[in-house]
Design a protein around this ligand. Sequence first.
Ligand code: ZN
Ligand code: ZN
Length: 220
Amino acid sequence: MAVLINPGTSPTPVFAYDNLLFFPADCRTCLVAKPARSKHCSLCGRCVQLFDHHCIWLNNDVGYYTYRYFIGFLVAKIWTFTYGAYLCWTALGVSPTMFWTTLRATSTENKITGTLFLLCVLLLPLVALFLGEHLRYIYLGVTTNETAKWDYIHYLMQNKLLYKDGSQFLVVDEMGYTTLTGAPINATRPAPVTSWDQLTNIYDHGFVSNLKQRLFPKPL
Ligand SMILES: [Zn+2]
Ligand SMILES: [Zn+2]
């Protein structure tokens, strides 16, 4: 399912524009309105809602419809590696101290089983860490794509370049104030934005709600 289904290419908007990370605009390639939280995947040549990343292993985009299968895929891999390691270990029938001796000195079957055991044991923490990272993203109410956008906001804050004028966010440079999309603007009462407390992630509704949204996406 993670490989085969449409990741969410419908242009029907699901999320509101926050005017911080996402602004109403057309996709420069598809030439249609780009919904908030979507991104154009240059490898697939399409805009995808709730775009997380293009997965080279799945050869598909992880997005609005595919995110839950991607999470399922990671959970399945964790289970496969755990059970695989257990099976290989019991098939070898060794104690921890005998492991290298068994792997080197006996039959071809033992070498293959031992190699598979090592593969399972080495890949398990990598996939578990990757799943942990995604659970953290769900907790924070962000996608992998959005983490880069939040990093940019963080950079602007750290360098005292981000301002707020009423409800509009502005960036200051040597030429004056511009909007976050780069359009020059006259600021009336700009106030510096220097801490996360002054910003709201409108896409974060708490871990449980965020998880529900990811696992049970409404039809677009
Ligand atoms: Zn793609
Ligand atoms: Zn596009």
